[in-house]
Ligand binder design. Structure first.
Ligand code: NI
Length: 177
């Protein structure tokens, strides 16, 4: 069990475009994924991108089941996604109060594409190809943004809907858990 330190916003490594992975099914890759899994679970994260633990590789993991940080959202199967490509489907948007383990204690309202197809590879080099919507679509877009050095605060269009969770809890337009 290895819990890695999660980089926080302000660390320039979070603003770097990550490198594609070419070596699949290697012991180094399996170890990295184990570390990410442990680190994400320890922090109750819905997803984690390799750059968040200082590894500049195009690898994200995500999973959602009974997560106290995100009550009342549909479950998402645990997925390891390498070298992802996202294709937006249609123009429908979905707004959510997003959080990020690299921006602890804060949430911001972000609108993203509601329907996407994503493709990539798992840790063995097998194809991943899914068409999804809802929270699943949001978490994939959020995590893949990390691979391009983008954190969710730069996706916020209305900065009155960004702040610390403790302050947001008092608001009418913030989901009460
Ligand atoms: Ni994040």
């Amino acid at each position: 069990m290895t819990i890695k330190q999660i980089l926080r916003i302000g660390d320039p490594r979070l603003n770097t475009v990550a490198e594609p992975i070419s070596d699949f099914d290697s012991s180094a890759l399996h170890q990295l994924i184990e570390d990410m899994r442990d680190t994400m679970a320890d922090a109750n994260g819905a997803g984690l991108a390799a750059p968040q633990i200082g590894i500049s590789k195009r690898l994200v993991i995500f999973a959602m089941q009974d997560n106290p940080r995100y009550p009342n959202v549909d479950p998402v199967p645990e997925t390891i996604l390498i070298n992802p490509i996202i294709e937006e489907i249609g123009s429908q948007k979905l707004g959510m109060w997003e959080g990020c383990l690299s921006v602890p204690g804060m949430r911001g309202y972000v609108e993203r594409c509601a329907n996407i197809r994503y493709r990539g590879f798992d840790q063995f080099g097998s194809d991943v190809d899914r068409t999804v919507d809802g929270f699943h679509a949001v978490v994939v877009q959020h995590e893949c943004d990390h691979l391009d050095g983008i954190l969710y605060p730069s996706r916020i269009t209305d900065y009155s809907r960004f702040g610390f969770e403790a302050e947001l809890e008092a608001r009418q337009d913030y989901p009460q858990s």
